[in-house]
Design a binder for this molecule. Structure first.
Ligand code: ADP
Length: 452
């Protein structure tokens, strides 16, 4: 270990490809790693590669990856200095972040206060509106009851979208095209939100017809410097979940990118934001509308890394250790084009999850090809967790080269034993609309309907 390492040892409170991703950054920084795992993950790659590992509970996430006392105990026994929460699980849990800090560990993430503000989407919207960001028209706060919801809907005009204040992963989101539908959607959204988040507050937004999902990658240090790393276009979605992402967006000009990037960075700077974060916008008819901010690393951070050459996990660790960024916006260069395909263990047509034994695994390679995955020959994909098993990320000097490379790499990818979404990706990226960069957030669902 090098003597100038920022931390001696980091505990990675996650699993799968993201745990591996964080482990890799730590290793390259001379930092030792501690993996935590459930009983179902004893043979997982993140456990195999980490310097140390601790079993923190049974397969169910609530008993292991969400088990705060077990994670804190693991950090204490192993003498870790810092905890990286990864993506999902504890990453946006402000209370966990507070407890990590109270127990004397460094939290590799934004302040608990920022996590809390942005975790409640109603508060988040209010906060950024005050700082001058444009948002989708909607209710001023949570709606009190059906009549209140109906009054807001009449005022902004149907169709509207009901969203959960504590929302995430598209849960608790329902569209209504008229008052009758609103009655049912309002109840359904509240029920779903209560079940998923233990909080049934919902708010209302105008349901935009054909927007793109454009998000800005931000990074701030402890000393008031905030920079942006451009945008990602995540409009290829199914059930409000991202499937393919690309950077830069085929829909934006260089001027638009600079404008929205600078606006997002300025807003984060006014908040005193530290760490990585992403502001998500819908983009329609030349207008941007803020929808939410994620106070963590995102799955698709990889494409930003490919076009900027910056290791975002390394940056996260550096700023958490109190280092200044050491560069400004003017130092950030954008180079070429990158696309990521999220590969799931599921049937490519029916989307039925397909956990099981990986009989053969062969990842594509070559110039500009990156695979972030925790798979290996003989690994058994457990049924208990998210179905994403690999991310294929390619880079090219321009979008055409990137697409050709993506097609080539998908063709080389071998994952035998379970169904995967590789054939789905192959079909999508051959569609003339996708090739032309001509798609919005509704495109994929409409494409599925046309094919069936
Ligand atoms: P979550 O946190 O559950 O992922 P988001 O607010 O990030 O929720 O929205 C997820 C997706 O839902 C967006 O990428 C977009 O496709 C769709 N969406 C959200 N708000 C709107 C809206 N007002 N109009 C149309 N689509 C929306």
């Amino acid at each position: 270990m090098s003597s100038d390492a920022l931390f001696e040892k980091v505990l990675i409170a996650n699993r799968g490809e993201i745990a591996l991703r964080i482990h890799r950054a730590c290793q390259e920084m001379g930092i030792r790693t501690v993996a935590v795992h459930s009983t179902a993950d004893a043979d997982a790659m993140h456990v195999r590669l980490a310097d140390e590992s601790v079993c923190i509970g049974p397969a169910a996430s609530k008993d292991s990856y969400l088990n705060i006392p077990a994670i804190l105990s693991a950090a204490t026994i192993t003498g870790a200095d810092a905890i990286h929460p990864g993506i999902g699980f504890m990453a946006e849990n402000a209370q966990f972040a507070e407890m990590v800090i109270e127990h004397g560990f460094t939290w590799i993430g934004p302040t608990p206060e920022h996590i809390r503000i942005m975790g409640d989407k109603v508060t988040a919207k209010k906060t950024v509106i005050e700082l001058g960001l444009p948002c989708v028209p909607g209710s001023d706060g949570p709606v009190r009851d059906f009549e209140d919801a109906s009054a807001v809907a009449e005022q902004i005009g149907y169709p509207i979208l009901i969203k959960a204040a504590a929302g995430g992963g598209g849960k608790g989101m329902k569209v209504a095209w008229n008052r009758d539908q609103l009655r049912e959607a309002y109840q359904l959204a509240r029920g779903e939100a209560r079940a998923a988040f233990g909080n049934d507050q919902v708010y209302i937004e105008k349901y935009l017809a054909n927007p793109r999902h454009i998000e800005i990658q931000l990074l701030g240090d402890n000393y008031g410097t905030v920079v942006h790393f451009g945008e990602r276009d995540c409009s290829v979605q199914r059930r409000h979940q991202k499937v393919i992402e690309e950077a830069p967006s085929p829909a934006l000009t260089v001027e638009q990118r600079e404008w929205i990037g600078a606006l997002a960075a300025r807003t984060a700077q006014s908040l005193g934001y530290r760490g990585v974060g992403t502001m998500e916008f819908l983009y329609e008819n030349g207008q941007f509308y803020f929808i939410e901010m994620n106070t963590r690393l995102q799955i698709e951070h990889t494409i930003t890394e490919m076009v900027t050459g910056v290791d975002l996990v390394r940056e996260q660790i550096r700023v958490a250790a109190g280092q200044p960024l050491g560069y400004t916006q003017a130092d950030i260069r954008f180079n070429g084009h990158s696309i990521e395909c999220r590969i799931n263990a599921e049937h490519p047509d029916t989307f039925t999850p397909s956990p099981g034994l990986i009989r053969q695994y062969h990842a594509p390679g070559g110039l500009g090809v990156r695979v972030d995955s925790a798979l290996y020959d003989g690994y058994r994909v457990p049924p208990h967790y998210d179905s994403m098993i690999a991310k294929l990320i390619v880079h090219g000097n321009n979008r055409t080269e990137c697409l050709m490379r993506l097609r080539r790499a998908l063709g080389e990818f071998v994952i035998d034993g379970v169904d995967t979404s590789i054939p789905l990706h192959q079909r999508i990226i051959s569609e003339p609309d996708f090739v032309a960069g001509n798609y919005d957030i509704k495109w994929m669902e409409e494409w599925i309907k046309r094919r069936t």
